[in-house]
Design a binder for this molecule. Structure first.
Ligand code: X6L
Ligand code: MG
Ligand code: MG
Length: 148
């Protein structure tokens, strides 16, 4: 089945961390890389690098969430302040198996439309997944940089 993931990093060697994470996934499409203004969280954070990937997976949404958490752990992510800086964040945006509504997993991701760091790379690889006017409703500055 097909799924879309959003990946972000704003600590350490951001490109290497994103590359390492995608290397263990069956990536069908990799978006351009964006350097993005931090949205939410404490002031003074470094900029993020963000990408979106389309993957092929046999995992259920619940199993995929576990796999995302293992990728974050493999990047030595330390859980600190809410929305604080992180070596790697991997979020599920959409899963072909359909909607999920559980306390810790809601799909499609309910707030993705509000975030330019998600919508810009998603629109690049899956224009059919986004509203044509998404850019009018999204916040946070993003700049396309060199590909991964
Ligand atoms: C109002 C108030 C509207 C807060 C939105 C949006 C809060 C997104 C947190 C929000 C609000 C978040 C990344 C990031 C985070 C990332 C960039 C979050 C949670 N992750 N900023 N901020 N890239 N650029 O991957 O997404 S923390
Ligand atoms: Mg996130
Ligand atoms: Mg997350």
């Amino acid at each position: 089945m097909k799924a879309y993931l959003s990946l972000g990093s704003n600590i350490g060697d951001r490109r290497a961390l994103l590359r390492e994470a995608v290397s263990s996934l069956r990536v069908v499409q990799l978006s351009p890389v964006y350097e993005t203004e931090p949205v939410g969280g404490p002031p003074g954070q470094q900029k993020y690098l963000n990408i979106v990937v389309e993957i092929e997976t046999d995992l259920t949404p619940r199993e995929l969430l576990g796999a995302c958490h293992r990728l974050e752990a493999a990047a030595d992510r330390v859980r600190g302040e809410r929305w604080g800086p992180r070596t790697l964040d991997v979020d599920i945006l959409w899963h072909e198996s359909g909607p999920v509504d559980e306390p810790d997993l809601i799909l499609p991701h309910p707030r993705m439309q509000e975030r330019r760091f998600v919508m810009a790379p998603l629109a690049d690889i899956a224009p059919g997944m986004v509203q044509p006017d998404w850019d009018d409703h999204a916040e946070g500055r993003v700049d396309q940089v060199d590909p991964l």
